[in-house]
Ligand binder design. Structure first.
Ligand code: DGJ
Length: 702
């Protein structure tokens, strides 16, 4: 069912309805846009009933201290509003509040635009809504129609309201370098809870995704509201719950304290803040997000991602032609389809101390340039890609010696170095043009198939000396990254991009509009990776989740893990190889080649199927992918405390009436048995046990 937008003029009520969701808003007497409904589909009459209830609800209530205006779609600073403001502006005469005047609305197929203006000042605001399946995209535009600047102190994409109740629970993602995407689920306090990045990138520490439930939802049941911001720079989401149980959240780009001076005639448009509602629990929410990412976000929607090899953990900065050729030969022998040379190939980049910004091959390491390596990689049957860090510069580089003013900096302030590097100000058109130019030439000259686009430090001293509105750098830099990627893709249609920021520091719906996969973490320890992938998969589908098999003991954790377990964990996403293959034994190479081949068999189901998270007793967890009649189960049991046998692993996504055959053992299982007593698992004894099971449905009723 295509989405529809209806209007009820008497109540000035709009209703957006998708396949299993409705969203309704209305104009209040003061012309503010009030929230009416977010949940299952309702008719226009039912929405009208809900609107009337809201109209009758006493806001303000009992005392002069309890004044309020009810749930709004973009609460402004001003009037009797004391919660987090989604729009804060200051006019030239010092007035800060906004008072609304409705000026129009436009309904198009699946979208709605509500136009508002300030009652006195020349500020226009448009609230945008677009239903993409059951995901509602929302964003805001503010325009200065006057002749003097207006300071925009905060402009969120949207404010969302969830039903009031005795309890709310907040799910969100936290982490750090090497431990990204760890899922936190806890009661939402009666307070304002801020999720934010002040780092200029999405960040390892928090991700602009959240889910709210009433404390009773589970993996496959219960009402869940979830939202994600499509932005790759600093951001802020404020979640609030008041003592009477009303709750919601507002979010957008930029962290607190930044401002944007809106020039006469100028419009500021926010990124999309997307939201969804489901009664199918956290798993249902994830599957809706995965569908949305696949159908609405990714630039290449149907492609199957290749098995890549990446040189980083094998060589560090120590790359040269002979070494890369040796790795390439091994990688091709294992079945890799894409060879990516990581850091260390350019300028004086023999360590993290120098060379960033000088994007020409190191003449000692690659005396013949990169073309012979690229040609040999292709002769071996693989595509060729390179690591780059286009937004950064080492002070010890020709680029910085020539253009010390190109970096983010502030007069009279130190330039804080992290990993011996500074951030280029891509908000500057000249710096962005230079960046695009060298990237375009490099991609064109070598016919590059793949870029790993890295960014290894946050912003500090994020100034723009000489610019009249220096805070703009936060928005302008991220937008420039987007524009450069978009142009590269348009001009080089075969080019694919991996988003990386020291691992998972830049994973969001904004970057995924122009990239194909994400590097979720520099932590490649398969045991740690289970939790990282669990958090990552709340929002992102397997087809964008890069996952390498690397050496054992693991370079970061020192943990020793069998090859099979490492593979089974990495097979849950886009499989890659990242170890020093020249040191692998003949037996390891043979086993690895077999596992790569096994991945290629299940890859269509993993990358294009629907994912159901499953868990058994103890540490047993897994993912069950379904594509038509084909099913793939990857399950991992990292440890077996007290020697207890883990299980059962109940498969929630099977039809109880169906019959399923295990393609490797030939055993058949009824759907009813898989659902109730679970999948019989042939888990090896001891720690680090894992299985890959392939089932196909064999009854005709499918
Ligand atoms: C950080 C990335 O996450 C690593 O995979 C690697 O590319 C290094 N940067 C290279 O400096």
């Amino acid at each position: 069912m295509p989405a529809a937008v209806e209007f009820e003029p008497h109540r000035r009520l709009w209703l957006l309805t998708g396949p299993s969701t409705s969203y309704a808003v209305r104009l209040a007497a003061d012309d503010g846009v009030r929230h009416v409904h977010w949940g299952e589909p309702v008719t226009l009459d039912q929405a009208a009933e809900l609107a009337d209830r809201d109209e009758r609800t006493p806001h303000p209530a009992a005392s002069s201290f309890e004044h309020g205006v009810g749930p709004e779609e973009l609460p402004v600073e001003g009037g009797p509003r004391f919660g987090p403001a989604a729009l804060r502006v200051r006019f030239a005469d010092g007035t800060r509040a906004v008072e609304w005047r409705h000026t129009g609305a436009r309904v198009e197929a699946e979208s709605l635009r509500i136009d508002l203006a300030d009652r006195h000042y020349p500020l226009a605001v448009a609230l945008h809504y677009r239903l993409a399946g059951d995901v509602l995209e929302r964003w805001t535009e503010v325009t200065n129609h006057g002749t003097t600047p207006i300071a925009v102190l905060r402009c969120d994409s949207a404010a969302w309201t969830v039903p009031a109740g005795p309890r709310h629970r907040l799910s969100h993602l936290v982490g750090a370098w090497s431990s990204e995407f760890r899922l936190q689920r806890a009661d939402l306090p009666t307070a304002e809870t801020v999720l934010t990045s002040r780092r200029g990138v999405t960040s390892h520490h928090a991700n602009p995704w959240l889910a709210i439930d009433d404390g009773t939802a589970g993996e496959e049941h219960g009402e869940v509201f979830s939202a994600a911001l499509a932005w790759s720079g600093s951001w802020r989401i404020t979640v609030h719950r008041d003592p009477s149980g009303r709750a919601g959240f507002t979010g957008g780009f930029g962290h607190e304290g930044l401002s944007w001076t809106l020039a006469p005639g100028e419009t500021l448009e926010t990124p999309v803040f997307a939201g969804l509602h489901t009664r199918s629990g956290f798993g249902g929410a994830s599957r809706s997000w995965h569908r949305y990412v696949r159908d609405e976000i990714l630039p290449e929607t149907r492609e199957t991602r290749p098995v890549l090899y990446n040189s980083w953990e094998a060589t560090g900065f120590d790359v040269d032609e002979a070494g890369q050729l040796a790795l390439a030969a091994r990688a091709a022998g294992l079945g890799a389809e894409l060879f990516v040379m990581d850091d260390g190939w350019f300028g004086a980049r023999t360590s993290e101390r120098a060379g960033l910004g000088d994007w020409t091959p190191n003449p000692h390491r690659f005396p013949r340039g990169l073309a012979p390596l690229a040609a040999e990689v292709r002769r071996l049957g693989m595509r060729f890609g390179l690591w780059l860090e286009p937004e950064m510069v080492n002070p010890d580089s020709d680029l910085y010696r020539t253009h010390p003013d190109w970096v983010l900096h502030m007069p009279h302030r130190r330039r804080t170095e992290m990993r011996h590097q500074l951030v280029l100000n891509l908000g500057r058109p000249d710096v962005a043009a230079w960046t695009h130019q060298w990237l375009d030439a490099l991609v064109g000259d070598l016919g590059l198939d793949f870029l790993k686009w890295d960014a290894n430090r946050p912003f500090t001293e994020a100034g723009w000396p000489g610019h009249p509105d220096p805070d703009r750098v936060h928005l302008a830099h991220t937008r420039a990254v987007y524009q450069i990627m978009d142009r590269l893709r348009a001009d080089h249609p075969g080019l694919r991009i991996e988003s990386c920021a020291g691992g998972g520091g830049r994973a969001d719906l904004g970057i995924l509009r122009r990239t194909d996969q994400v590097w979720p973490s520099d932590n490649t320890d398969a045991v740690d990776r289970i939790a990282i992938q669990h958090g990552f998969g709340q929002l992102f589908p397997a087809r964008v989740m890069g996952a390498w098999v690397t050496d054992s003991p693991n370079v970061t954790t020192g943990r020793v893990i069998p090859l099979r377990f490492r593979f089974h964990v990495a097979m849950a996403g886009v499989l890659g190889l990242g170890g020093n293959l020249t040191a692998w034994t003949t037996e390891e190479l043979k086993e690895a080649a077999g596992l790569v081949a096994a991945y290629k068999v299940v890859r269509p189901v993993v990358q294009h199927g629907t994912a159901y998270r499953v868990s058994g007793g103890g540490t047993l967890t897994g993912v069950h992918y379904v594509l038509g009649a084909d099913q793939v189960i990857l399950a991992w049991c990292p440890s077996r405390p007290y020697g207890h046998t883990p299980g059962p692993l109940r498969l929630t996504a099977v039809d109880p009436q169906g019959v399923y055959r295990d393609l490797d053992t030939g055993a058949t299982h009824s759907g009813a048995a898989l659902l109730t007593s679970g999948l019989p698992l042939d888990l090896p004894a001891g720690d680090h046990a894992s299985v890959l099971v392939r089932l196909t449905r064999i009854d005709d009723s499918e």
